[in-house]
Design a protein around this ligand. Structure first.
Ligand code: GLA
Length: 382
C-alpha cells in the first residue's frame, strides 16, 4: 500500500521540479519590449537575446536591425561591439545603414537598371548614378514581424517581411525571413536568410553592422588586424561599380591573406583605394571544396583581445572601412562617430551581379528558395 506521506512527497517533488523547469524555460525566452513608433505610427519591437556565456544581442523589428552586440573581452568584460543609435528616430533618419538588414539587393546596381528575361527594370538611383542597398526605401526602412522561435539550446528570433511586386522597382512579391540565433553555450550569433518569390527577381541580402571590437567607438578601427580568405577582389570604377575583372590581391593593399592592420596600407597611393576613399570592395572568397559555411574573415583587436570570425555560405564579402563616417552622426550614448570608427564585413553575392553574367547569379525563380547563412563567432586572446 502507498502511504499518504509518500503521495504528498511525490506531489511536492513534482511541484519543485516543474517550477525549476518553468523558471529555466522562462529564462530562455527572448525579452520583448517596445522600441517606440515610426513617424507613420507603426509599432516597433525590441528583442533582447542573451546566453549563459555573456553574449547579449539586441535586435529591433525596424529594418530587422542588430542594434547592440555585447561580447566579453580577454578579461571577461562585456562591451558593445557595434555602432548604432539609442532611439528609433536615429534609425529612421539613418543614412549609414547601421546594423540593418539590407535588401532586396545589397550594394550597387549600375545605373539602377537590370534586365531579366528581356524585361528592363528601373530602380531608384539613390547613390549618384546607381541604386544602392535596395533603393530609396530598402528593407532597412521597413517594419518586420518578429516571432520567438527559441529552442532549448538557443534563442531564435525570426523576422518576416513581405516585399510587394514592384516595390522599389523590383519584380515579384517576395516573402523574406531573417533569423537570428544565439546558442546558449556557444559565443556566436547566426544570421540566416530565406526568401521565395511569385515572379523571377534578383536578391542579395546582408547585414550591415559596423564593428569596433575595442568596445568603444571613440577609437579608430585602423589597428584591428584583418584576415580575409580571398585571393581575388572585384575592382571598381569611380562610382564603385565592379568592372567585371577578378583581380589578384598579390602584391597590392588588398592582400589580407595574412593578418594585417586595417590601417597599414589604407592611405597608399592606389587607384582602387582612391575610388573607395579606403576599402569599400568585394572580395571573392576562396572555396574549400564544399559549398557550405566557411570562414571568410577573422579580425583581432589588440587592446581588448576580442576576436571576430565571420563564416558564410556566400561567395563574396564587402569589406568597408567606414570611410563615409565623418563625425556628424550622433550615435549611442551621444557619441559622434568619426571617420573610420567602424568597419563592415557584408557577406554577399558580388555587387551589380544582375549586369554581370559571369558573376555568380543572384536570380531567384518562383518555386525556388533563396538561402544564405552568416555566423559571427566571438572569442578573445592575449
Ligand atoms: C556599403 C557600401 C558603401 C557605403 C556603405 C554605407 O558598404 O559599399 O559604399 O554605401 O555601405 O555608407
Amino acid at each position: 500500500m502507498i502511504r499518504p506521506s509518500t503521495i504528498l512527497l511525490a506531489f511536492v517533488m513534482s511541484l519543485i521540479l516543474s517550477t525549476c523547469f518553468n523558471a529555466k524555460s522562462a529564462e530562455r525566452k527572448i525579452e520583448v519590449s517596445s522600441f517606440g513608433k515610426t513617424k507613420e505610427g507603426e509599432a516597433v519591437s525590441r528583442y533582447l537575446l542573451s546566453n549563459e556565456k555573456g553574449v547579449e544581442a539586441v535586435v529591433i523589428s525596424y529594418g530587422a536591425t542588430l542594434v547592440s552586440l555585447k561580447v566579453p573581452d580577454r578579461n571577461d568584460k562585456a562591451g558593445d561591439i557595434v555602432l548604432g543609435y539609442d532611439s528609433l528616430d536615429g534609425y529612421e533618419q539613418d543614412k549609414s545603414y547601421f546594423g540593418a538588414t539590407i535588401g532586396r539587393y545589397s550594394n550597387r546596381i549600375a545605373g539602377g537598371q537590370f534586365t531579366l528575361h528581356e524585361t528592363v527594370f528601373q530602380l531608384p538611383k539613390n547613390d549618384g548614378p546607381n541604386c544602392l542597398h535596395g533603393g530609396s526605401r530598402g528593407f532597412n526602412k521597413r517594419v518586420w514581424v518578429g516571432v520567438d522561435r527559441s529552442r532549448p539550446d538557443a534563442q531564435v528570433l525570426e523576422l518576416t517581411y513581405l516585399s510587394q511586386n514592384g516595390e522599389e522597382g523590383f519584380p515579384g512579391t517576395l516573402k523574406v525571413h531573417v533569423t537570428y540565433t544565439l546558442p546558449l553555450e556557444t559565443n556566436e550569433l547566426g544570421i540566416e536568410y530565406s526568401a521565395t518569390t511569385n515572379k523571377g527577381t534578383v536578391i542579395n541580402l546582408t547585414n550591415h553592422s559596423y564593428f569596433n571590437l575595442s568596445g568603444t567607438a571613440s577609437q579608430e578601427i585602423l589597428d584591428h588586424e584583418l584576415l580575409l580568405h580571398a585571393l581575388k577582389f572585384t575592382p571598381v570604377d569611380s562610382t564603385l561599380i565592379p568592372t567585371g575583372e577578378l583581380r589578384t590581391v598579390r602584391g597590392n593593399p588588398f592582400d589580407f591573406r595574412k593578418p594585417t592592420a586595417i590601417g597599414a596600407r589604407i592611405n597608399q597611393n592606389n587607384e582602387q583605394l582612391k575610388f573607395g576613399r579606403g576599402y569599400d570592395h568585394n572580395w571573392d572568397l576562396e572555396k574549400t571544396g564544399t559549398n557550405g559555411l566557411q570562414v571568410a574573415a577573422e579580425v583581432f583587436e589588440p587592446t581588448s583581445g576580442r576576436v571576430l570570425e565571420v563564416l558564410t555560405t556566400e561567395p563574396g564579402i564587402q569589406f568597408y572601412s567606414g570611410n563615409f563616417l565623418d563625425g556628424t552622426v550622433r550615435g549611442k550614448g551621444g557619441q559622434l562617430y568619426d571617420h573610420r570608427t567602424g568597419f563592415c564585413l557584408e557577406t554577399q553575392h558580388y555587387p551589380d551581379s544582375p549586369n554581370h553574367p559571369k558573376f555568380p547569379s543572384t536570380e531567384l525563380k518562383p518555386g525556388r528558395t533563396y538561402r544564405s547563412t552568416t555566423v559571427l563567432r566571438f572569442s578573445s586572446r592575449k
